[in-house]
Design a protein around this ligand. Structure first.
Ligand code: HEC
Ligand code: HEC
Ligand code: HEC
Ligand code: HEC
Ligand code: HEC
Ligand code: HEC
Ligand code: HEC
Length: 263
């Protein structure tokens, strides 16, 4: 049974510069960015302060979270922080009952994230994607909802692009492993080659051909026709397939035996 309905309270978000960009993609009425939070039948918003009593572990470290500044203006003119409920739904019934069935947990349903992040929805419907829409993997397997930058991964780094190696390693230890000859590309993060939300390419690769590698390994054609990489003439190699599928650099993440990532 879906607990969300399409229509509900329009919420006026605090006009912080950084927020407005994304909000344009949510809904814009006049100059104001509006968002429709998830709905729980019969429940109303009570504000984030009322969560502290029972969830102090979360509220104490929430202040620096990306999503900590969502608010609504009450009829009295008072501004009320409703950050918690913008993801979890209005909590008037929950704060009385303290039961799981009176509140939404986005872990079990990515819809409460995607109703604001509408631009990201399509990525998860691409042919190669993490199985987020069917609930096998959650947004929060890779994103922090309650502390620090939502994009920082578990490592608490500023950018998931670099912290991702650790986030991804939880589930993909083989590719994230400590190699004797690591591919230095890994320092820029898994996202230099993969689009973890989804891609038209197999293995969620950012490109299906050698242009994936040419992002960093520039083509060098000194004599006009030959293709040189690392001082080696590759002219006859690159026509055989991609750099990793042509029987050459198959250990693209790193190798324990070969510094040229061959095995
Ligand atoms: C009176 C205490 C109380 C208050 C106030 C309270 N909660 Fe809870 N909440 C609980 C209890 C108890 C549970 C765990 C229920 C269980 O384990 O069955 C819970 C569980 C949750 C869950 C997990 C639900 C799930 O399905 O996993 C979420 C999310 C949640 N609360 C959010 C909130 C938010 C947001 C607020 C503030 C708007 C809030 N709570 C205020 C007592 C409270
Ligand atoms: C960006 C959306 C978002 C915001 C904002 C948010 N949460 Fe959550 N919350 C989540 C997600 C996703 C999960 C599931 C992840 C998990 O279990 O760690 C969750 C889980 C929870 C749980 C259940 C934790 C457990 O161990 O079962 C509670 C309680 C909770 N949130 C309370 C809050 C409170 C209180 C606030 C505000 C201070 C808040 N949340 C703000 C997304 C959010
Ligand atoms: C009420 C609307 C709303 C909901 C619900 C919401 N977000 Fe956000 N989210 C925002 C806004 C606004 C920003 C800030 C955008 C900016 O700074 O440009 C943001 C930022 C983010 C960022 C950082 C983007 C960046 O470029 O740094 C991530 C990641 C993110 N949200 C993930 C989530 C996840 C995962 C959930 C569900 C657990 C969620 N959001 C739920 C509104 C929302
Ligand atoms: C498998 C891991 C993974 C999952 C699952 C995941 N993300 Fe992401 N997401 C990332 C990574 C990694 C980045 C950073 C990409 C970069 O830096 O190039 C990112 C970036 C983002 C951003 C900011 C950049 C952008 O594309 O707008 C938002 C917003 C976001 N994710 C929302 C979500 C939401 C909502 C969900 C669930 C529906 C989700 N993500 C599920 C890994 C994931
Ligand atoms: C919570 C566990 C989890 C996390 C975290 C996670 N993944 Fe995955 N990943 C999976 C699962 C499960 C699959 C298999 C998907 C399927 O086929 O259903 C997968 C598939 C993949 C594939 C495609 C494999 C194939 O055979 O097509 C790539 C590439 C990938 N993940 C990269 C990443 C990257 C990069 C990150 C970090 C941003 C990441 N994953 C984070 C669980 C995870
Ligand atoms: C230099 C580019 C590059 C980087 C960086 C990279 N990958 Fe890959 N990855 C690839 C290519 C290319 C393939 C496809 C290999 C193939 O088809 O044999 C692949 C395949 C995968 C697969 C599927 C493996 C399989 O056997 O099906 C997973 C999972 C994966 N990568 C995870 C990661 C993770 C996690 C990271 C970061 C720790 C990462 N990758 C960093 C290029 C890269
Ligand atoms: C994000 C940047 C980046 C991407 C993308 C990238 N590489 Fe690399 N790669 C590096 C860096 C940096 C080095 C180490 C310096 C050097 O040798 O050029 C390196 C080294 C290598 C080496 C070892 C060279 C040697 O013998 O010492 C091979 C082989 C290689 N890369 C193949 C690939 C292949 C194949 C792809 C595409 C799947 C790829 N690289 C994509 C950055 C990248």
């Amino acid at each position: 049974m879906p607990r969300f309905s399409r229509f509900g309270y329009p919420i006026l978000l605090s006009a912080l510069g950084a927020w407005s960009l994304l909000l344009v993609s949510c809904m814009v009425v006049g100059e104001r960015a509006l968002v429709i939070p998830p709905q729980i039948p019969g429940a109303t918003l009570v504000g984030s302060d009322s969560c502290t009593k029972c969830h102090s572990g979360i509220t104490h470290r929430f202040h620096d979270a990306t999503h900590a500044h969502l608010s609504q203006t009450l009829e009295s003119g008072k501004v009320q922080n409703i950050s918690c409920e913008s993801c979890h739904g209005p909590a008037s019934q929950h704060v009385k009952a303290g039961t799981r069935d009176t509140i939404i947990n986005p872990k079990n349903n990515p819809e409460s994230c995607l109703r604001c992040h509408v631009n990201n929805r399509a990525e998860f419907t691409l042919p190669h994607t993490h199985q987020v829409l069917n609930g096998k993997i959650s947004c929060n397997d890779c994103h922090n909802p309650h502390q620090g930058a939502a994009n920082s991964g578990d490592a608490g780094a500023r950018s998931l692009a670099t912290a991702a190696n650790q986030t991804c390693a939880k589930c993909h230890p083989a590719q994230s492993g400590h190699y004797i000859f690591p591919h230095e590309a890994m320092r820029d993060g898994c996202v230099s080659c993969h689009s973890p939300h989804g891609s038209v390419n197999d293995k969620m690769l950012k490109a299906r051909n050698t242009s994936l590698c040419y992002q960093c390994h520039f083509q060098n054609q000194p004599s006009g026709t030959s293709i040189i990489h690392g001082g080696v003439d590759h002219s006859n190699n690159v026509i055989r397939g991609t750099c990793w599928s042509a029987g050459c650099h198959e250990a693209v993440h790193g190798s324990n035996v070969n510094s040229s990532l061959r095995f």
